[in-house]
Ligand binder design. Sequence first.
Ligand code: TA6
Length: 287
Amino acid sequence: TKDRNGISQVILHNPRGASARVSLHGGQILSWKTDHGEELLFTSSKAIFKPPTPVRGGIPICFPQFGNHGTLEQHGFARNKIWVIDENPPPLPPSNSNGKAYIDLLLKPSEHDLKIWPHTFEFRLRVGLSADGYLTLTSRIRNINCKPFSFSIAYHTYFSITDISEVRVEGLETLDYLDNLCQRERFTEQGDAITFESEVDRVYLSSSDVAIFDHERKRTFIIRKEGLPDVVVWNPWEKKSKAMADFGDEEYKQMLCVDGAAIEKPITLKPGEEWTGRLELSYLPSS
Ligand code: TA6
């Protein structure tokens, strides 16, 4: 299928009727629905669907950097680029091919990209939708250059929630975090869960699985990850929402970003080396 700008999108379905839609613009997941057709990801009503602007919502891929330090634009260029479909992807390993629909998207640097980030890489993004409606994102990044390079990466996941003041995040207690609201200063989480009363913009370090409890909807999102030690937690709250043109003033109440990421310790690849980072999103009760 194509979007209003003629950019291809691929829709994955599973036998129970769940679906996931990924755009070749940025390799961005724009929709992930339950088998009852309920949308699980947030997209702003004011999102801009015009490249190179990234769509405000879904799961933008932040690569080769997270944040806006250095020469690259905020969160790197991968989410602003048009990816291509790999028509004959390597088969899934037997371990996780049970009824899984999947598609592989590829990104390689253009001549222009190489001017701003002089490292030749191949980024293979495999998007999978399991028989149970789980959404998996597997990134394989290979250095096809003759010298090492380093990168940071985040799956910038906008979860759809009912009311941010009724949301609790578990799995990050006792961890250290870098606070983007205090010049990335390092703190230790004291709470026994994270709740939200104001803007939060943190990178939690060395986390394992994370759960997001949406009380109103009686739904829990589960985030499982491999190769992604860190977790970004972001809600813009009111003031920042008003400052974003592609975001509704009140929309901070219906979204929460909890991103599997590798940020604190950038990943270095020697020539020919490949890195894999995997994110699995699921929810309970599975409808
Ligand atoms: O930590 C998340 C963050 O870096 C926030 O500071 C905010 O900028 C958010 O990402 C969204 O970034 P974007 O470039 O998509 O507007």
